[in-house]
Design a protein around this ligand. Structure first.
Ligand SMILES: Cc1cc2nc3c(=O)[nH]c(=O)nc-3n(C[C@H](O)[C@H](O)[C@H](O)COP(=O)(O)O)c2cc1C
Length: 192
């Protein structure tokens, strides 16, 4: 295993094969994720993993939220119904959706610590997944801020922050490496 190579070669996955990833492998992946740093060792990441028939209600909840927040028209016009149908098909074709959330502390510093740690968990998981030939897409979308979306999933909006939804599966296609800005352009060394 060459972690430095994996860091550079991992790509966000936008199209997935139909084949599911076994839950044993996903557990391994999230176990590696959980070696993320965590201040006070709170390990605050929580995961709801939606797959096979479990995706249906989750995707319906997403689509209802999209309509509520105006990303899809809230009517029965043929164009709207067609859009809902194709979005449902698109989302159903993704083998796994992992909702990553954490209990949000009231204190803003503690909140940042938890959020940062959960982001590290996500990136560790992405890197571990790549080692297993598994692709992920880290997504943040407006429905994550819709209180009714959270309620529909049984999450208390006053206590919980959704950090991301990870789309997961074996990559159908690997995106090209876009490279990165030379770090010299970002790095300011202060010596005195
Ligand atoms: C916090 C976060 C949210 C993201 N949300 C989305 C998203 O909603 N949709 C998407 O297509 N990509 C999303 N991405 C993936 C980025 O577009 C992707 O990492 C970037 O284009 C670089 O590509 P690479 O991951 O293949 O190196 C997100 C990435 C991060 C870190």
């Amino acid at each position: 295993m060459d972690i430095l190579n994996t860091i550079k070669e991992r790509r966000s996955t936008h199209s997935f094969k139909k084949q599911e990833v076994s839950n044993e492998i996903l557990k391994e992946i999230f176990t590696y994720g959980s070696y993320a740093p965590s201040h006070y060792m709170t390990e605050s990441w929580e995961i709801k993993l939606y797959q096979s028939k479990g995706k249906q209600a989750f995707i319906d909840t997403i689509l209802s939220s999209y309509q509520r927040i105006g990303m899809i028209n809230d009517d029965e016009e043929p164009k709207t119904l067609q859009m809902i149908k194709s979005m449902r098909q698109f989302l159903m074709a993704i083998p796994h959706h992992a909702l990553i959330y954490f209990e949000k502390p009231e204190d803003p510093v503690r909140y940042e610590e938890e959020y940062a740690s959960v982001a590290a968990f996500i990136q560790n998981s992405q890197l571990a997944a790549w080692e297993y030939g598994v692709g992920m897409l880290w997504t943040i979308t407006p429905y994550m801020h819709d209180p009714l979306f959270m309620k529909d999933l049984g999450l208390d909006v006053n206590q919980i922050k959704i950090a991301a939804v990870l789309q997961i599966g074996y990559p159908e296609k690997v995106a090209r490496n876009k490279g990165r800005t030379p770090i010299e352009e970002k790095l300011e060394v202060i010596k005195e």
